[in-house]
Design a binder for this molecule. Structure first.
Ligand SMILES: [Zn+2]
Length: 96
């Protein structure tokens, strides 16, 4: 085997091993990222359960359910940020 060939073989092996290590590092990082994402999702869910948020369909504001003005419909409840928005919604209902 010539010197050039030996060097090329060495380089090839080095690159392959390097690639394997990189692959392992990347998959480990991916797994960690996935774990963190799952934990984040769990935490978000917990927060959501603690503070249930509702959306005001009139102005689009999101607010805690406990602070919202409620309009109880037949099946669904509607939540509003203010009495004004609630009134607006009722007026809209009357128009239709
Ligand atoms: Zn509003």
């Amino acid at each position: 085997m010539g010197v050039v060939e030996s060097i090329l073989n060495f380089l090839l092996i080095f690159l392959i091993i390097n690639g394997i290590f990189n692959y392992m590092a990347i998959s480990r990082a991916r797994k960690q990222a996935q774990k963190i994402e799952e934990e984040n999702a769990k935490l978000k869910l917990q927060v959501k359960e603690q503070i249930e948020m509702v959306t005001d369909n009139i102005c689009g504001r999101t607010l805690p359910k406990s602070d919202a003005y409620v309009l109880a419909g037949d099946e669904t409840r509607h939540y509003f940020c203010s009495w004004e928005c609630r009134e607006k919604y009722i007026n809209l209902l009357k128009e239709y």
